[in-house]
Design a binder for this molecule. Structure first.
Ligand SMILES: *[C@@H]1O[C@H](CO)[C@@H](O)[C@H](O)[C@H]1NC(C)=O
Ligand SMILES: *[C@@H]1O[C@H](CO)[C@@H](O)[C@H](O)[C@H]1NC(C)=O
Ligand SMILES: *[C@@H]1O[C@H](CO)[C@@H](O)[C@H](O)[C@H]1NC(C)=O
Ligand SMILES: *[C@@H]1O[C@H](CO)[C@@H](O)[C@H](O)[C@H]1NC(C)=O
Ligand SMILES: *[C@@H]1O[C@H](CO)[C@@H](O)[C@H](O)[C@H]1NC(C)=O
Ligand SMILES: *[C@@H]1O[C@H](CO)[C@@H](O)[C@H](O)[C@H]1NC(C)=O
Ligand SMILES: *[C@@H]1O[C@H](CO)[C@@H](O)[C@H](O)[C@H]1NC(C)=O
Length: 879
């Protein structure tokens, strides 16, 4: 179907507060107790430069919202705004966002159950940047359900379309994916995701033709295809507590003259006590108007009022009929028959008998098929609803007050066609399984990072494919680029030595003689033979892992130096050029805390990079998952300080600032002495020379670590690395993954979870239990504060890496000094170190941050005292 390859790039978890807008509550909420308040409430004006108010409801621009996220590829996700044609009923149609590639909006869902998902579309002329939006084929997938498949404006005669779906969301999130096809784009103008009352849709409904009731509706998705205020004017969202729109029924009457409008004062409507029928079922304005028989004295079994709806014949529908006897003057006067399609749905309906009073609302649901035979020759399916007199009744009349027709998702979980979400979503798309989503996205993200990174096309494809497929058995390998030769010339000297002695082997040794100096600067040039020797001809037994770039092998140079050899997959000309560019640029980076490039080989169209071997692998495996012994607090601080130094150097040390863009615990490697080095600069964004070939504002990074502000504004600064580093700090303290979708919703994201506790001064509650009793409280507090600042919402509020470094060093000093004091005074340990804590995580979730006032403020004193005592010790190195 021509769907472009899935190219996840933007993905960012924002778990912030939500809004809801309560304008609709003021009206008509007198019956049925308190008004419904939606827990989840998102209203988005896509591509809009400013917020909009539509029918009293506020729609925020999709660039500003922080409670959902947008994932799209490359340069996609473009917005366009235009003056809406006068015929467009709402300002929501004035802007849109279009997507040349699959793109997803992701919404955090706080309350499981029924939600409205409303989508607004209008193909603004000229907005598609060359694409004719009227020809754009739009497919929308929501979680496991397909909402829309291949919808095209052209030929439909419509200039705008509003869609409403009712989904039972049982996961902690909703991912709405827009899939373009046929070489075109997809687009959307507005989105609403709003909680709906669960009672609204029962699990069971009567089936027609009369059969056993249909059960299981609660697990299906519904699309509202028609919603009518019969006999009255349209009811706008202002007048509906659930923000629904009710059309007038005028256009659907089979015979206009068959119906006469009747209306009463809405205040006369009496919602029943109990029983669940409230203004949420339908507003009183709906019940206060009706169509009745235009000639109430006609008797005859054939006379009826019929409404005809064109529907998709391949689907089942729920028809909800709303009644309220607003015409009778006395009880038991009005008795009539109700038909759906040709079937007698309710014989001899006497509303007053059912309700014991007049003007009391009542509704019935029926599940029916579209009738395939079309009476008006339209050819498609149709659904008819009729009310007509009961021949046995004294008075010949019949009424209908409101009508909703809802399409039921089919066996493929689709409301749009035969294909299931699984079939429509691109290969390996993260939406496949809810639980797998985050994990898969993380992998996909880091893969797609390669896209705009410095690597050439070949690296990109391979990296993406293998990272995705493999689950990265050795994610710590310094796969993409490299650091320089090392500040302390540790590697550089080894490399030089190796180069000097690197005489053997069939291939020419380029790093000889006069060019030695430049070779040293750029790393050693290896012959292919040397590489083969070092890796026993790429012995699979030495395989450390497979990355997107290619395979990585452990190896040893002739002089015994252990190396990691990364063999790129066969290259293109462009790949070669970029390979060299990278070597040149990154060879300028030399630092003890950056993983060093020893050399490279570009013989025989090979692209091989040789790095220093990091014996202790990635930091992450020392934190959790690999069964390694827990690192002591002091060691953790030293590792964080090392990594911070590496990043600080990247940001400030080179001629042009370099932003790493993928700071995470798998990219911090430890050498044999557990010295931390930052690896994987594959995503680094460097100067304009590099940018020229990869101009992209698309957001890149790893899920769980991505700076929310970077995501929103797509402006990359060093502060994005600072944010990611803040996540690393929390991970190091709590020894759990940045994202753990298996945990309860509020705990899944470490940045969010740890900040909740940090803001209460209770970070200790969630720290690694292995540290209990072994951490100086002041040191921990400093550390927590530092992480908190790194995780600040706005980049300007975050410290520089230099400040982070300084603060971590201070935390280390606090720890060292307390350890020294404890050694002097062995009895004093318990006052200096945090004792083991009861395991609090099984308790009910913490209240949202901000609600709780700092419980630990009384404990500020130790910190203050310590900082006074040690202020003289503070050495602002690293500034
Ligand atoms: C794809 O586009 C072409 C030309 O615009 C059109 O003829 C064809 O019907 C489209 N196919 C689908 C499946 O939309
Ligand atoms: C939603 O679906 C779940 C099962 O998938 C069910 O237990 C729950 O009752 C449903 N909720 C509603 C409101 O239908
Ligand atoms: C909607 O509510 C307003 C008052 O808020 C009322 O004046 C108006 O008549 C209502 N419209 C409809 C169609 O019910
Ligand atoms: C019935 O009324 C509607 C709306 O007023 C109008 O569009 C339609 O043409 C009428 N149909 C007939 C058969 O008069
Ligand atoms: C129905 O018939 C009764 C008398 O049989 C008459 O009084 C009444 O006006 C008629 N109603 C209509 C709507 O024609
Ligand atoms: C409704 O009336 C039409 C004629 O207006 C008739 O053809 C049809 O059979 C009637 N439907 C029912 C269910 O009585
Ligand atoms: C709808 O039609 C299908 C066959 O086309 C049948 O199996 C199913 O029971 C029908 N559903 C209802 C509610 O009548």
């Amino acid at each position: 179907m021509g769907t472009p390859p899935w190219a996840p790039v933007i993905f960012s978890p924002f778990f912030f507060s939500f809004f809801f807008f309560a304008a609709g509550f003021l009206v008509g909420s007198s019956a049925g107790g308190e008004a419904f308040s939606p827990v989840d409430s998102y209203r988005i004006a896509c591509g809009s430069p400013q917020k909009l108010t539509v029918h009293g409801q506020e729609f925020l621009p999709d660039t500003e919202r922080s409670s959902f996220s947008l994932k799209s590829s490359g340069d996609g996700a473009l917005s366009a705004a235009a003056a809406a044609a006068a015929s467009l009923p709402s300002p929501i149609y004035q802007s849109l966002r279009f997507f040349p590639e699959p793109a997803s909006y992701r919404f955090e869902i706080r309350r499981q159950g029924r939600h409205w998902v409303r989508l607004y579309f209008s193909p603004i002329a000229g907005a598609g940047s060359g694409h004719d939006l009227t020809a754009a084929s739009i497919t929308v997938v929501a979680g496991d359900f397909v909402l829309l498949q291949g919808f095209v404006f052209r030929g439909s005669g419509a200039s705008f379309v509003a869609k409403e779906y009712s989904l039972n969301l049982t996961a902690g999130e909703l991912v709405l994916t827009f899939l373009p096809s046929n070489g075109s784009v997809s687009f959307v103008n507005g989105i609403e995701v709003v909680s709906a009352p669960d009672e609204l849709i029962a699990d069971e409904a009567a089936a027609l033709p009369a059969a056993a009731a249909v059960a299981g509706l609660s697990e299906l998705s519904l699309e509202t295809v028609f919603r009518l205020n019969v006999g009255g004017p349209p009811v706008t969202p202002e007048n509906d507590t659930l923000g629904r729109t009710w059309e007038s029924d005028e256009g659907y009457l089979h015979v206009n003259s068959s119906a006469a409008r009747v209306a009463v004062d809405p205040a006369a409507i009496r919602y029943p006590e109990g029983g669940g029928l409230t203004t949420e079922t339908a507003p009183r304005w709906v019940y206060a108007t009706a169509d009745a028989m235009s000639d109430a004295n006609v008797t005859g079994s054939n006379f009826n009022i019929t409404w005809v709806f064109a529907v998709d014949p391949g689907f089942r529908y729920v028809a909800r009929l709303h009644f309220c006897d607003i015409v009778s003057k006395s009880m038991n006067n009005l008795v009539f028959n109700v038909y759906v399609n040709a079937d007698l749905a309710i014989p001899s309906l006497d509303l007053s008998a059912l309700k014991g009073a007049l003007a009391v609302p009542y509704y019935r649901d029926f599940v029916c098929n579209a009738s395939s035979s079309s009476s008006n020759g339209r050819g498609g399916g149709e659904l008819t609803v009729s009310v007509g007199p009961d021949p046995m009744a004294d008075l010949s009349n019949a009424i209908l007050n409101g009508l909703e027709v809802m399409k039921i998702s089919n066996g493929a979980g689709s409301l749009g066609g035969a294909a299931s979400a699984r079939e429509l979503l691109p290969e390996e798309a993260p939406q496949r399984r809810r639980r797998a989503l985050i994990v898969a996205a993380a992998a996909g993200c880091s893969a797609a990072l390669a896209l705009a990174a410095l690597c050439g096309g070949c690296c990109v494809l391979l990296r993406r494919r293998s990272r995705r497929a493999g689950g990265a058995p050795h994610p710590w390998l310094p796969l993409p680029l490299y650091g320089g030769g090392g500040l302390h010339s540790y590697s550089a000297s080894k490399a030089s030595t190796a180069a000097a002695s690197g005489k053997s082997g069939g291939g020419a040794t380029a790093a000889s003689g006069a060019s030695l100096a430049s070779a040293a600067a750029r790393g050693r040039v290896f012959s292919f033979q040397e590489i083969c020797d070092a890796t026993s001809r790429f012995d699979e037994a030495l395989l450390l892992g497979v990355g997107g770039f290619g395979k990585v092998y452990r190896g040893a140079l002739e002089d015994g130096t252990k190396v990691a050899v990364k063999r790129g997959n066969p290259r293109s000309e462009q790949g070669l050029a970029e390979f060299h560019t990278e070597i040149q640029m990154l060879s300028k980076l030399r630092h003890r805390h950056l993983v060093s490039l020893i050399g490279y080989c570009d013989e025989n169209r090979e692209m091989i990079l040789v790095y220093e071997y990091m014996a202790n692998g990635p930091l992450r495996s020392h934190l959790y998952g690999a069964g390694l012994p827990p690192l002591p607090w002091r060691r953790r601080l030293e590792i964080c300080i090392g990594a911070a130094r590496g990043l600080h150097y990247l940001h400030t040390g080179a001629a042009q600032s370099i932003i790493h863009r993928d700071v995470k615990t798998t990219n911090i490697l430890l050498d044999e002495d557990l010295v931390a080095k930052v690896a994987d600069f594959g995503l680094s964004k460097a100067g304009p020379a590099i940018d020229q070939t990869h101009v992209s504002t698309a957001v890149k990074g790893s899920f769980g670590y991505l700076d929310p502000e970077y995501f929103r504004r797509q402006q990359l600064t060093e502060k994005s690395d600072v944010y990611s580093f803040g996540v690393v700090l929390m991970e190091v303290l709590c020894t759990r993954p940045a994202l753990n979708p298996g945990l309860p919703r509020e705990q899944a994201n470490i940045a969010e979870w740890a900040m909740t506790w940090q803001k209460r001064g209770q970070l200790v509650q969630i720290m690694d239990q292995a540290l209990a009793g072994k951490v100086n409280p002041a040191s921990l507090r400093k550390y927590g504060e530092t992480a908190e600042k790194c995780l600040a919402e706005h980049g300007v509020d975050r410290p520089s890496m230099g400040d982070v470094l300084w603060n971590l060093e201070y935390a280390l000093q606090l720890e060292e000094t307390s350890a020294a004091a404890a050694a002097d005074d062995p009895g004093g340990d318990s006052t200096n170190h945090i004792a083991a804590l009861p395991h609090l995580l099984d308790d009910p979730p913490a209240p949202p941050a901000g609600v709780v006032t700092g419980a630990a403020t009384g404990e500020d004193d130790p910190d203050a005292a310590t900082s006074a005592v040690f202020s003289q010790l503070v050495n602002p190195r690293g500034r």
